[in-house]
Ligand binder design. Structure first.
Ligand code: MGD
Ligand code: MGD
Ligand code: SF4
Ligand code: MO
Length: 720
């Protein structure tokens, strides 16, 4: 495929009775799919996949197709509002953009002068492509505190990828792997980060072998050659057991190891602590299956490991990622066609450079909340959310007085929601930018109306590691909604950062593209740009790590005071680690399996998507259901030491009877009171965020496995 492609944007004008067709780039999830947006009478009339797009080849998911129902939703916030009653009262008045931004700027300037810039926390949720502008704003302001989901999602992949092999290795589906190991990931539904389900499915149709590591029988697991149904939270032990087989059966790439691996002997000694029979005992996966999977993966080349967030939301987060990178490397699959690529992005200003990380002084960077406790996270600018709640609630190590949350709904998406609520209730001033008055936005002082992807120009997939950039083209304007980058550009001028921003954000887009010698207007005429694709770059230049090698023994973790070798730690709440707790809470609860129509707490108000999935569903094995006297479709109570919530039971025998799987991020926007039922079915009422239960290096909160009990709503839990 050529590195540039030019599109004929309006070639289908008047086709099928539409007024225009605009090619753009969907972002109802992490984004990525090329779309054709058909316009009639100035409104979006239809959205279809763009067959010319190298990411999705014309396919789309339900969320992409339903985008216009989100954009034109009657509940959308279409102008800025200011709260006029107590927090959570639901009483708002309409204000102008100037009033809103002036008020936010005044609070920023005032807090910075009185308590230091670190008392202001900027926050965003999962990748919405506004992060570069948010970091630029925060760094120029002088606050090191940007609250994200990065402690337990994607951030670990970036951080461990960089310290282990220089970047995040991506499966090269374009060159069709012969074997895919799908590890704690369900990409046919989640289409996460750099990936879409379609190229994965095409590789399977072309005959790739499939190994699935998942406690639940997913659609992919049903297609797998080998399905390893592990006990949740035991992934590191499983991977170390597989490494043990690969090393002791001499199935690894000896030339690669000899030339390009740092710390091999020590690594082998650690791996020898995990013979497959021990891994089998820990993980509940039969030993012969571990051996078979290790042999299949290491002898079928090229092979890719498609890994997901399930292994990052654990106490073993960083080590989980590191053992998988070790598996990729020692089997000779790193940076080879059809294996695991270290792609290069086009020559542009990336999130790091645009984000102006270098403009944050060392003195301010050292004040990053939790930076001395979770040192791997701290080095990558990532903070653990509890550190922010503690700074608000207990003013430790210093007070946080103000939050500006842009595209995140932490009441639904962060662990220990009761504590999150207390923090939002206490913080002096909070501004939010969102499409709707979410339960989090209801706690704010000022809420700004954000633009959807249909309402903005941008450089799509800017933050990703697959090497593609695709233009997002503005199609419509809804009310007074504005994109976050335009909003921040305006706000920056009001807090004295004007010299580093532009008259409009198109200047920022030009600045990002400048190293390529392109303007945004020129880029807009293209379908995509791709970075140069080169294989086995390490042969000439080594890996971009301190030793120039793949660091299975991490010199940086060692320097920062951690074990340089991966090891398995029992999950903080488990039948083995906390047997007394398990007497009252006998089941292992996993949370947050992705649902096709929703994106975390989003889209509950979009008719096409809610119709597909009206209620929160908890999966429970039929044997367990019988024991607990639960019928299919019953409303049940799920309870942990932190609290209880209700979801609806679905009997499902694709899991171990001791495992329960509940959905996350449920609220009920159809309930018009300001609470919108956010406590009732929110799984994060049940999850824990104690520091000791987080990954010690990354600060990942352990939301994937905890202990629970479950019983019909009509019965009291205490009767059991
Ligand atoms: N228990 C449990 N909890 C989890 C998870 C789990 O598996 N289990 N998963 C976790 C993971 S991986 C993640 S990444 C987090 C996600 O956490 P969040 O990112 O906080 O989740 P969302 O619910 O998607 O919240 C995004 C909000 O931003 C709004 N929004 C969307 N796009 C834009 C935009 O462009 N601009 C603005 N201003 N607003 C926008 C939406 O309306 C929505 O209210 O949740 C985490 N929480
Ligand atoms: N439609 C939709 N798409 C999304 C999202 C969404 O909310 N909705 N969220 C987006 C975000 S931010 C993210 S991070 C990605 C995540 O996307 P994925 O990584 O695909 O995440 P999940 O579907 O949550 O989990 C994948 C699988 O992990 C399994 N699992 C649970 N516990 C364990 C465990 O301990 N070990 C192993 N090996 N497997 C386990 C689950 O059963 C599930 O099938 O999806 C993104 N895409
Ligand atoms: S997978 Fe994501 S980018 Fe693609 S259509 Fe669905 S929501 Fe849009
Ligand atoms: Mo995520």
């Amino acid at each position: 495929m050529p590195p540039f492609m030019f599109s004929d944007v309006n070639r289908e004008i008047n086709v099928c009775g539409y007024d225009a067709m605009v090619k753009s780039h969907c972002r109802m999830c992490h984004g990525g799919c090329g779309v054709r947006v058909y316009v009639k009478n100035g409104k979006v009339a239809k959205i279809a996949g763009d067959p010319d797009c190298p990411i999705n080849h014309g396919t789309l998911c339900t969320k992409g197709i339903a985008s216009a129902q989100l954009a034109y939703h009657p509940d959308r916030l279409t102008h800025p509002v200011r709260r006029i009653g107590p927090k959570g009262s639901g009483r708002w008045e309409r204000i102008s953009w100037d009033e809103a931004l002036d008020s936010i700027a005044e609070r920023i300037n005032d807090n910075k002068a009185r308590c230091g810039a670190e008392s202001i926390v900027m926050g965003y949720g999962t990748g919405r492509e506004n992060e570069a502008a948010i970091y630029r704003f925060a760094n120029l302001l002088g606050t090191p505190n940007v609250l994200t989901a990065g402690h337990f999602c994607y951030g670990p992949r970036i951080a461990t990828g960089i310290i282990t092999c220089g970047t995040n290795p991506i499966v090269d589906y374009e060159n069709h792997p012969k074997c895919v190991m799908l590890w704690g990931n369900n990409l046919v539904i989640s289409n996460p980060d750099e990936y879409k389900g379609e190229p994965f499915s095409v590789s399977l149709n072309k005959g790739a072998k499939l190994i699935v590591i998942d406690p639940r029988m997913t659609r992919a697991a049903a297609r797998a050659d080998i399905w390893l149904q592990l006990r949740p939270g035991t992934d590191t032990a499983l991977a170390l057991g597989m490494l043990n087989v690969i090393i002791n059966e001499n199935l690894y790439d000896k030339a690669f190891v000899a030339e390009h691996v740092h710390g091999w002997d020590a690594f082998v000694r650690r791996v020898n602590d995990y013979p497959p029979e021990k891994a089998a005992r820990i993980t509940w996966v039969p030993e012969e299956k571990i051996i078979a999977a290790a042999r299949l993966y290491s002898t079928t080349k090229p092979a890719g490991i498609q890994w997901g967030v399930a292994i990052e939301q654990q106490i073993n987060c960083a080590d989980n990622d590191r053992v998988l990178i070790a598996l990729m490397g020692i089997t000779g699959n790193l940076d080879v066609p059809g294996g695991q690529m270290l792609f290069r992005t086009p020559h542009i200003r990336n999130v790091g450079t645009f984000g102006a990380h270098k403009m944050l002084s060392r003195e301010q960077a050292e004040k990053r909340l939790g930076g001395d406790r979770f040192r791997l996270a701290g080095k990558f600018g990532i903070i653990n959310p509890k550190c922010v709640w503690d700074a608000i609630l207990h003013e430790t190590p210093y007070p946080v007085k103000m939050m500006f949350l842009i595209s995140t709904n932490p009441l639904l998406t962060r662990a220990h929601a009761d504590e999150v609520y207390r923090a939002l209730e206490k913080v002096d001033f909070m501004a939010v930018s969102d499409f709707f008055l979410t339960p989090t936005a209801e706690m704010a002082d000022i809420v700004l109306p954000a633009a959807t992807w249909l309402e903005m120009d941008y450089i799509g997939d800017f933050w990703k590691r697959h090497g593609y950039l695709l233009p997002r083209r503005k199609v419509i304007q809804v009310g007074q909604c504005r994109s976050d980058h335009e909003m921040l550009n305006d706000l920056a001028h009001r807090v004295g950062q004007g010299d580093h921003w532009w008259p409009t954000f198109e200047g920022g887009l030009d600045y990002i593209l400048e190293p390529m010698g392109l303007t945004f207007q020129e880029f807009k005429k293209m379908d995509f740009i791709r970075g140069e694709v080169k294989y086995q770059k390490y042969r000439q230049q080594g890996f971009s790590t301190p030793t120039g090698k793949l660091e299975v023994y991490s010199t940086l973790l060692e320097k920062w005071g951690y074990d340089p070798l991966p090891r398995f730690e029992e999950p903080p709440e488990s039948p083995y680690r906390s047997p007394e707790l398990a007497e009252t809470y006998p089941y292992i609860l996993i949370t947050g399996r992705r649902l096709p129509g929703f994106f975390h707490s989003e889209n509950r108000q979009v008719p096409w998507l809610r119709e597909l999935h009206p209620d929160p569903i908890v999966e429970i094995h039929p044997e367990t259901a019988a024991k607990e006297r639960i019928g299919d479709g019953d409303w049940v109570v799920i309870e942990s030491p932190r609290g209880k919530i209700r979801q609806r039971a679905r009997l499902y025998d694709g899991m171990d009877p001791k495992v329960i799987s509940a959905e996350h991020a449920w609220w009920f926007p159809e309930e018009k009171n300001p609470e919108h039922g956010w406590r009732r079915s929110n799984i994060n009422i049940l999850t824990d965020n104690a520091y000791d239960n987080c990954d010690p290096a990354m600060g990942a909160t352990h939301v994937r496995t905890l202990l629970c009990r479950i019983y019909p709503e009509t019965r009291q839990g205490d009767d059991q």
